[in-house]
Write a protein that binds this ligand. Sequence first.
Ligand SMILES: *Cc1c(COP(=O)(O)O)cnc(C)c1O
Length: 446
Amino acid sequence: MTITTPDVAQRRELKTPVPGPRSQELAARRAAVVAGGVSSTLPVYAARAAGGIIEDVDGNTLIDLGSGIAVTTVGNANPRVVANVQQQVADITHTCFMVTPYEGYVAVAEKLAELTPGDHAKKSALFNSGAEAVENAVKIARYATGRQAIVAVDHAYHGRTNLTMALTAKAMPYKKGFGPFASDIYRVPTSYPFRDPDGMTGEEAAQRAITMAEKAVGADQIAAFLIEPIQGEGGFIAPAPGFLGAIAEWCSANGIVFIADEVQSGFARTGNWFAVDHEGVVPDLVTTAKGIAGGLPLAAVTGRAEIMDSVHPGGLGGTYGGNPVACAAALGSIASMEQDGLLDRARHIEDVATAKLREIAAKTPAIGDIRGRGAMLAVEIVKPGTKEPDAALTAAVAKRCHEQGVVILTCGTFGNVIRLLPPLVISDDLLLEGLGVLGDAFAELA
Ligand SMILES: *Cc1c(COP(=O)(O)O)cnc(C)c1O
């Protein structure tokens, strides 16, 4: 079988204004038939992508600093993913694991048991999306504990289904008008070093959260404490050291299931397999999706065997969950992370990008904070000399980058964070060129 991976020149080149004529044509067709509630960050339509470049339908080549929101960690059309998918789709497209099972699902669960934190016995169930994984983690935690309350934190993002909307903190655009929401969800403050009182330690922030959970709910009523170890949509907020460990310890002392939502931060993104690994914290359940399968829809809940196995046979599943083609993609994607040195690459990207961001920040008083780990980095933008969020400047800087052919994303409760999620296979040159465009945008607009 011939393997086709796009041979996309690794350079930024704008042949037309962005968006070009073909993209504009597609935008007009889209406007007639695609629901307005579905929006896109950039107005260009993608044709091919590989390495650190996305090529659009007008032949413009853009530097990719977003990886389709932390999904194509191993690069678009990664050769190992392409080879596995082409073989698998020709052999078996779908049987449904709940009807006639197949090896790929089992092999992915074996990798998850091996790679997720902790050396206890682990089991997994596979699903299609991050939201579905979070929903199932909550189902499992409730079943295992016989309790109902779920504690989530502020700035949290866990998805857009009904239960995960309830778990997500931000109303616009995720929740407004979509209620009523699922009940028995309680929100407590997280650790947000840039915005917490000066000098607040991770342990103190954990105590603040624990006190609120105990007063508002009662530890013996709580099934699970759910948290992103580094928050994604909420603003790439990395809690102060010690925060996650203190929460995990309190959970374990009180029979509460500690769920780490690693959908965005997991799978090599932060320079470890999982973001909790940086803190030596071992969650009871871990949810994964995004980077797991190189772009195909796959998600998982992995956790302590006794918690996972508490559910009755038939209690978990779904028609497509752990689809064979998605599993084959995951095995290719994980092989690339393991064999192509991508965890080291993520750490290297952190070094290169952080140095460049510090250089930009030294000339830009509007940059209030630089944070993150590995290839999950962000700058928070404020009115100079204050901590007042500047969402307008953030949007303007991002737009300028897009016009210059750099795909860059924003996030944050206050819409004032620029986040970097490059594919780990991006070259240093492209990464630095993209950040140079960001620096120029700040110089012109800030
Ligand atoms: C994206 C995301 C989700 C939701 O995943 P979908 O695949 O979009 O359903 C859940 N949790 C976190 C932390 C995420 O970043």
